[in-house]
Design a binder for this molecule. Structure first.
Ligand code: NAG
Ligand code: NAG
Ligand code: NAG
Ligand code: NAG
Ligand code: NAG
Ligand code: NAG
Ligand code: NAG
Ligand code: NAG
Ligand code: NAG
Ligand code: NAG
Ligand code: NAG
Ligand code: NAG
Length: 682
């Protein structure tokens, strides 16, 4: 090669490489500008006057072509895009990855987008797209499709698989697809992950899916599938995850789990399965989580821990399992979460439960268990226990007072509705990590100890409907989690269903401890004394219920400091004086009652007070007059009082108030609104 041709070649190469730095393919540029023009939002980092679109945010180009760079990736997930997708996008004919997920795009999808021959990954999830999916064109390279969390509707079929035999992931979850799953799904032989959950799909378990030998993950939950499962489910021998919960499947669970040798997660909760747990299921060596909650399964609990060596989470709640809790469960050494609540289990907690050293959450509520002293004595050895739910058992027993009981890691303890007798036990004071304590609906008595205010993480305390006497411990008004906005609770803590009643509609249930509103509920006891002004320090408190006690004295002005308060119930006490007008500052207050006290004076106007019904104020002495000028602070109701030498029977509200008011204005000349009340000592 001579010098000239050599340098010429260098020049050519230089020019070419220069050009590749300069420009993206003009038709790609056109397509991207067309796409951008259909949006109603700007895309940060896009500059339509800068001609190399390969430098734009989210755009990837292929550098291998010499003449111009081709756009092969468009990834604009989570960019707050609004507007529609228009056809011009289909001009990106070399596109391999299209990700527009987590935006606010709406409208229908243009059919041409489904004709991109080179597209491998399509993620349009988490938008507001509507209507049916357009007919699939020539997407012969596609392997990953995520259209979940939109408003797509219509029936679903697998024409996609006809065109592209390589599709591995198909996610159509959380849309409004309906009808039966088409037989054509049998063609999706490469499919590994299929999500059809949270739609309105119906019919039997789709038979076509039983041909998908490569399926690892199958989610059908939250649809209206029905009928029985048959033994051919065993065909899906590569399944690792199967979720068929929240459907209307019925009949027995098929005894096929021996064939599902890789299955780690099986969830069938909230169906109508009946009969026993199949032998192959309770002997599955691969299962890590098993959830058959809320069916009508029965028989004894016959989990074989010698076989189920990987079991971490077992949920058999809300079924008809009966008999004693088998001791053998204590050999499931990896067990973290055990939920046997709402069954017909009897007897006591087996002694060997103390060996469940990995156990973090135990729920046994609503069974017929006995011997709470034994239960707590055993469970204290489960050192990792953070959540203990024992509601509706141990009827009519004495709460153990053994000071040596230790639950150092306990975060949630619920023993409501057990007719328990006794005092609040001293051992509770050692549960330093408590966030939630529910001992409501029992027969506990004595006073509420001062140390209840020492729990640094406590934010939910329910001692309602017992027979506690004495005053409200002032230490409660210093609870650190409720006074300090910065302390956050553990949002990942497990579910805490707090069963209280046998009426389903009346039962209280929450998902996560962290989602419970910060609450102090001392209602329905026999507490006396005042409401401490320092309650105003509880800035984070959402619910304060002190109703149905014998509390007296005024409603402190400072309660307006509880700036997060949503519910304030002080009804059925002996509170007197006026309702402090400062309470109108409680912007989040939506439930409020001071009914059946001995309050008088004006009802504050403005703020949330405009929304409270009359029933919030009824049953007081003299509450509700527009311009009442005179208000007494008294100690006891139904007493005869003497006002300016005249005898009045206290109790008949409005008429009395108006009369006195009129009397005072006309004859004494007292100004209309008065801030301070005048105590009358009797
Ligand atoms: C867009 O690109 C043009 C030409 O390269 C440049 O002059 C202009 O400043 C750019 N605008 C923005 C907002 O980056
Ligand atoms: C193309 O080249 C640019 C600049 O050298 C580089 O940043 C980019 O990663 C390359 N793209 C691909 C797909 O190789
Ligand atoms: C698409 O983008 C979103 C948001 O950036 C990201 O979470 C998601 O994993 C991406 N999808 C694919 C298939 O890579
Ligand atoms: C599959 O669904 C698409 C779009 O919903 C429809 O156009 C097509 O006709 C259907 N194919 C079959 C075989 O049902
Ligand atoms: C979903 O479809 C059902 C009928 O199939 C319809 O009643 C319902 O309103 C739809 N929901 C939405 C959000 O479009
Ligand atoms: C299940 O597998 C067997 C044997 O591999 C096969 O004959 C049968 O057709 C499969 N069942 C279904 C419903 O695909
Ligand atoms: C239990 O299942 C029934 C229907 O089978 C359903 O109505 C109910 O909501 C389910 N309960 C829970 C807590 O999921
Ligand atoms: C429990 O599992 C072990 C180990 O797989 C097995 O040897 C034993 O027979 C099983 N017991 C029952 C009652 O199935
Ligand atoms: C335990 O089972 C009950 C009753 O079925 C259910 O409502 C609750 O959510 C379950 N708790 C956990 C921690 O799974
Ligand atoms: C108990 O919890 C600790 C801390 O989370 C953990 O390191 C330990 O492995 C757990 N014990 C068991 C037996 O799982
Ligand atoms: C309760 O259980 C403990 C420990 O298992 C046992 O010692 C005690 O006798 C039991 N009490 C009753 C009344 O059964
Ligand atoms: C108090 O608890 C008992 C059960 O101990 C229950 O029957 C009653 O309804 C509860 N009362 C209130 C007002 O919650």
């Amino acid at each position: 090669m001579d010098y000239f041709s050599n340098s010429c070649l260098s020049f050519l190469l230089l020019a070419l490489s220069f050009q590749t730095y300069m420009a993206c393919n003009p038709s790609d540029l056109l397509a991207l500008n067309g796409f951008s023009n259909c949006l109603t939002s700007k895309i940060d980092g896009w500059n339509s006057t800068a001609s190399d679109c390969c430098t734009w945010t989210g755009v990837t180009c292929d550098n291998s072509t010499y003449l111009s760079k081709r756009v092969i990736g468009l990834e604009l997930g989570n960019k707050r895009l609004t507007g529609m997708i228009c056809e011009s996008l289909a001009g990106l004919d070399q596109l391999r990855i299209l990700n527009l997920s987590h935006n606010l795009l709406h409208g229908t999808l243009p059919a041409k987008v489904f004709g991109l021959q080179n597209l491998e990954v399509l993620d349009l999830s988490n938008n507001d797209f509507v209507d049916s999916i357009p007919p699939i064109g020539k997407m012969s390279s596609i392997r990953y499709v995520d259209l979940s969390k939109n408003y797509f509707k219509g029936s679903i079929n697998a024409t996609l698989c006809e065109i592209s035999p390589h599709i591995q992931v198909l996610n159509l979850a959380s849309n409004n697809f309906s009808g039966e799953v088409s037989r054509s799904f049998g063609q999706c032989t490469s499919l590994q992950h299929l999500f059809l959950n949270s739609n309105s799909l119906s019919g039997n378990f789709p038979e076509s899916l039983l041909q998908l030998q490569n399926l690892h993950v199958l989610h059908l939950e939250d649809n209206i599938f029905s009928g029985q499962l048959n033994a051919e489910l065993g065909n899906l021998s590569n399944l690792v995850e199967l979720d068929i919960s929240s459907n209307r499947f019925s009949g027995n669970l098929p005894n096929v789990f021996g064939k599902l040798g890789k299955l780690e997660h099986f969830s069938a909760n909230t169906n109508m399965f009946s009969g026993y747990l199949p032998e192959s299921l309770v002997n599955s060596p691969s299962l890590i989580t098993l959830d058959v909650d809320n069916n009508t399964l029965n028989g004894a609990i016959n989990i074989n821990c010698s076989a189920m060596i990987h079991l971490v989470s077992l949920n058999l709640g809300s079924n008809n399992f009966h008999g004693p809790i088998p001791e053998s469960i204590s050999y499931c050494q990896s067990l973290n979460i055990l939920n046997l609540s709402k069954n017909k289990l009897g007897g006591e907690i087996p002694y060997n439960f103390k060996n469940l050293q990995a156990l973090t959450s135990l729920s046994l509520s609503k069974n017929n268990l006995a011997n709470i002293s034994g239960a707590l004595g055993i469970l204290q050895h489960c050192k990792n226990l953070t959540t203990l739910i024992l509601s509706m058992n141990f009827q009519d027993e004495q709460i153990p007072g053994d000071v040596n009981l230790q639950f150092k890691n306990l975060k949630a303890l619920a023993i409501p509705n057990c007719q328990l007798r006794g005092l609040i036990p001293l051992w509770l004071n050692g549960c330093k990590k408590l966030q939630l304590l529910d001992m409501s609906w029992n027969l506990l008595g004595g006073s509420i100890p001062l140390w209840i205010g020492n729990f640094n993480s406590l934010f939910y305390l329910d001692l309602s409907n017992n027979s506690f006497t004495g005053g409200i411990p002032m230490s409660l008004t210093g609870l650190q989690t409720l006074t300090d906005r910065n302390i956050s609770t553990d949002g990942n803590a497990p579910c805490v269903p707090l069963y209280k009643t046998r009426v389903p509609s009346g039962s209280l249930q929450y998902n996560k401890i962290g989602s419970l509103p910060p609450t102090l509920d001392l209602s329905c006891n026999k507490l006396t004394g005042p409401i401490w002004p320092s309650f105003g320090n509880l800035k984070r408190l959402h619910v304060l219920k002190l109703n149905k006690n014998d509390l007296s004295g005024p409603i402190p002005d400072s309660l307006s400091g509880m700036s997060s308060l949503e519910t304030l119930d002080l009804s059925y006490n002996k509170l007197s004086g006026e309702i402090p007008t400062s309470l109108v500052k409680l912007n989040f207050l939506s439930k409020f009652s001071v009914a059946y006290n001995q309050l008088c004076g004006e009802i504050p106007t403005g703020g949330q007070f405009l929304t409270f019904p009359n029933s919030s104020f009824m049953g007081n002495k003299g509450l509700g007059a527009r311009d009442f000028a005179f208000c007494q602070l008294v100690d006891s109701p139904r007493e005869q009082m003497t006002i300016i030498g005249l005898p009045f029977a206290v109790g008949s509200a409005t008429g009395f108030v108006l009369t006195v008011n009129f009397f005072l204005q006309v004859w004494v000349g007292v100004p209309k609104a008065r801030k301070k009340m005048k105590p009358i000592n009797k």
